[in-house]
Design a protein around this ligand. Structure first.
Ligand SMILES: CC(C)(COP(=O)(O)OP(=O)(O)OC[C@H]1O[C@@H](n2cnc3c(N)ncnc32)[C@H](O)[C@@H]1OP(=O)(O)O)[C@@H](O)C(=O)NCCC(=O)NCCS
Length: 201
């Protein structure tokens, strides 16, 4: 289930605000500014999205997870699967939001997020994640949960989910389970996260 007409945004990330500031990470051919186009996935992207996940992760687990989520009509939300296009039109990055719950209240789960190794640390991941989060906010969603790198996701506004009395259904160090609330003035659920079955937790 994919969008026929993708939403598109364009993000210009300068070296100062992201990757490329470390001279060991760049070479003389690396442009100082990368122009990423982000858009929602289309049916034509599915094979490349799988390839991006296969390239970014050590096993096929995440690539398979994306496909299982896409097949789950309760989990999949049109317009919340975003890709980052490289300048040559190929897909460099990917970010996915799917429906989960906190107790019985609807929330979103962020992930997998993946960038082809050759494009990593140049803003492709951030561009896809920002675009997905913006789309979710525009759709009226108010809370996103992520299990992931504790020094990556806070840049998007994520804080430990425990601060909202939200806990995962498995044991994990507190800092890795994070939540982002768009509008704290709205009611924020607390309780245990219920993931779509595809996550297997
Ligand atoms: C994590 C990932 C999606 C980030 O996308 P990206 O395009 O490489 O990252 P961006 O260019 O948007 O952001 C760069 C920042 O991410 C940080 N970063 C990248 N990978 C990271 C990791 N594994 N852990 C912590 N930080 C990481 C960089 O240190 C850099 O930080 P800085 O801006 O302070 O220098 C991408 O690196 C990736 O696919 N990694 C392998 C798969 C993975 O771990 N996915 C996430 C699962 S939670």
């Amino acid at each position: 289930m994919t969008d026929r007409i993708p939403q598109t945004t364009q993000t210009h990330l300068s070296a100062e605000c992201g990757p490329g500031t470390d001279p060991t990470e760049t070479d003389s051919n690396t442009p100082m500014t990368t122009s990423w186009i982000t858009r929602t996935e289309t049916a034509a992207d599915l094979a490349q999205i799988r390839e991006v996940n296969l390239a970014a992760f050590p096993t096929s687990h995440e690539a398979d997870l994306v496909e299982a989520l896409r097949a789950d009509q309760e989990a999949w939300i049109p317009g919340l699967s975003w890709v980052t296009e490289a300048p040559d039109g190929s897909i460099a990055g990917f970010a996915l939001l799917t429906r989960c719950h906190v107790n019985d209240s609807p929330a979103l789960a962020l992930g997998p997020c993946a960038v082809r190794p050759e494009h990593q640390r140049r803003g492709a991941g951030s561009a896809a994640i920002h675009a997905a989060l913006d789309a979710a906010r525009q759709q009226g969603e108010n809370i996103v949960l992520v299990l992931g790198h504790a020094d990556y996701y806070p840049r998007f506004g994520f804080t430990p989910a425990s601060g909202h009395s939200i806990r995962p259904p498995f044991d994990v160090e507190d800092k890795y389970m994070m939540a982002l609330v768009f509008d704290p003035a709205r009611s924020v659920p607390s309780g245990t996260i219920r993931y779509p079955a595809a996550f297997g937790v």
